[in-house]
Each structure stands twice: as structure tokens, then as C-alpha cells.
Ligand binder design. Sequence first.
Ligand SMILES: *Cc1c(COP(=O)(O)O)cnc(C)c1O
Length: 370
Amino acid sequence: MTSPFSVPYSALAAEAALVKADLLRAVEGVLDSGRYILGPEVAAFEREFAAYCGAAHASGFSNGTDSMHLVLRGLGLGPTDEVITAPNSFVASAASIALAGGKTVFADIGDDGNIDPAAIEAAITPRTRAIAPVHLTGRPAKMKEIMAIADKHKLFVLEDAAQAVGAALEGKRMGSWGHAASFSLHPLKNLHAFGDGGVVTTSDAKLLAQLNQARNHGLANREQCDFFSFNCRLDELQAAMLRVQLTHLETWTEQRRTLARRYNELLRPYVDVPDEGPGEYCVWQTYVIRSDRRDELKKFLNDNGVEALVHYATPIHTQPAAKSLGYQPGDFPKTMRHVGRIISLPLYPTLTHAQQDRVVEVIARFHRNA
Ligand SMILES: *Cc1c(COP(=O)(O)O)cnc(C)c1O
């Protein structure tokens, strides 16, 4: 498939081509094994992924929404039980709270684009049960402050780490901060399946056992069903390919980081660029610049062969699906200002300097013309 853009937003086929022989070998191994569901590949991927994140355990899921949903469902939330999350995320962050039977409470973001710990504190009520911070764009949320708040109020913390595999704060990787963390393995995430997948990390052995059961019909063994539940398992084929991908993740992440630094240097004269905060190791699942003339600049990029997108233009509290929560757009002023200024630029390991220079040249030309 050829893109109409000279710099497309993603290049998944080109990335797959880099490791195609290993992927095909992994697929062949599974086909030959006759084990397709909850076999040795899923178990090995879970071990390797947990170790990568610095967590004791991992549980593979069908996707990153099911994994968040089932972690929260395990808390036994009732309709008045509140879970605090960020309004500027992908809709799945809030959806998983609603699907688990709880009430979504949003808290505004800080200058880093992630949920603001002070806003979390202000949103806590006697009915608050959990906090679900999102490490948006692959930048760690303020986990030290968030864990301190959670300790003080005895709240469960589920990291939405869908965009943040490999990201770290003060040397400690995302997925090892909260009581549990959920990762998406969707093709556009930094570590991805060739289809859908998700994974939860936790260092709580009881929670792991409960999740392993919750993803598999509530079965304790072949015969005994302890609670009715869903079928949301990661499958052997995806796990086998994910194990190949995982061995390259470190290299691909460093390539992203090098390209992000280069973008930052070249674009700083024209737009607000995403700098890392102290102690942060960001993995740039999305490379997001900010401009006061967002819509014009995005159109100019698109018209000049650069596929720029916006993640996400409509904050969740203003979605039709969130109507019953009763929020007004102006309830989160920092979120509203932020989402009106953001543009996501192409950034992936196979992006060439020539393509990157092309993006920079178009942005420079936009500002010269102004
Ligand atoms: C991708 C994503 C999800 C959902 O993951 P799926 O695997 O697509 O279900 C949840 N939260 C965030 C922040 C995401 O980016």
C-alpha cells in the first residue's frame, strides 16, 4: 500500500519487514505446535514482559481495553464508586471504568499534558476507589505524587500505560509504579502485535491469579467456574510474534528518542516542542507539538505531503458517550486549551532524516509565510 503522503504518519509494513524472517519462524513454530490458546508462548511472553517492566507478573489479554476493564472490574465497583482519570486520553481509559460498573471522574492536566496530582487530590471524595493515570504520548505521569496520594487515601492505582511501554521515571519503568498497569499491544503502540493484544503487569500474586481467571471465563480449572466472566485472552500466535518484537524494543525506543531530540532541536524556533521533564525517560508513542494556529498548520502539513494527526481533538468529558456524567467543556480549562493546540507528527524507527527534514521544512515555510 502506498501512502498519498511523502511522510506518512506510520510505516508498519516497513517495520515488520525488518524482522520478517524471525516473525515467520515464530508463526511457523506455533502452527507446528498445535497449541493456539494459553500455551507456552503466552506464558513466555508474560515472563519476559514482566521482567522488562520490572514487575513480578504479567497477564496477556485480547486488547488494552479489555485488560483495563478487567482490572477495574476486579475491584467490584458499584455505580457510585469513583475512579479518577485524565480527560485528554483515548476514550478507552474512561470507557473501561464505565464498563467495570464505576463512575468516571476526570481531573485536569498539568503543563506536561498528563493528569495533575493537585487536581486528583481536589477530585477525591469518600466514594473514590481508584486512580487511573494515563502516561499519554509515552511520557510518564507524575507517579511519585500520585502514589503518595493513593497511599494517603488508600486508593488502588491502575496505570494506563497503553502508550508508555519502556518509559521510566527516575529509572523505574512504567508498569512497576501502580498496583497494576495496563498496556495495549495495538499495531500503533511501540510494542505491538499483528492485530490486537493487551497485557497487564502487577507485582501482586493474588491480583495476577484473579486476572488470569477473569480473562478466561472465570475458570479455576477445566471444570470449575468461580465467577462468570469474559473471554479476553492473548493468543499464542500474537504472543510468539510479540516475543520477537520485544527483543528489538530497546533499539526501536532509542531510535524514537534520537529522532524526537532531533525534531525538538529543529522545530524549537517555530512551535512548542515536547521536552522531557527531570527524571523522565519518554518513549514518544506520539510526538506532539503545540501551536496557537493548530488547524491551519495541520492543514498546511497535510497539503504538503506530511500526514499530521491530532490525538485527541475531542476530550472525553465532551463526548456524547460521557453526557450522563454531566460535565461542561469548561470544567477542565487546561485540557481544553491543550487539545486545541496539539499536532502529532510522524515519528517511528524507520523515519529517515530526509523525511524528518521535509516535515521541518514545511513547518518552517508555514511560519515564513505567516
Ligand atoms: C490504545 C489505548 C488504549 C486501548 O488499547 P486497545 O488495545 O486499542 O484496546 C487505552 N488507553 C490508551 C491511552 C491508549 O492509547
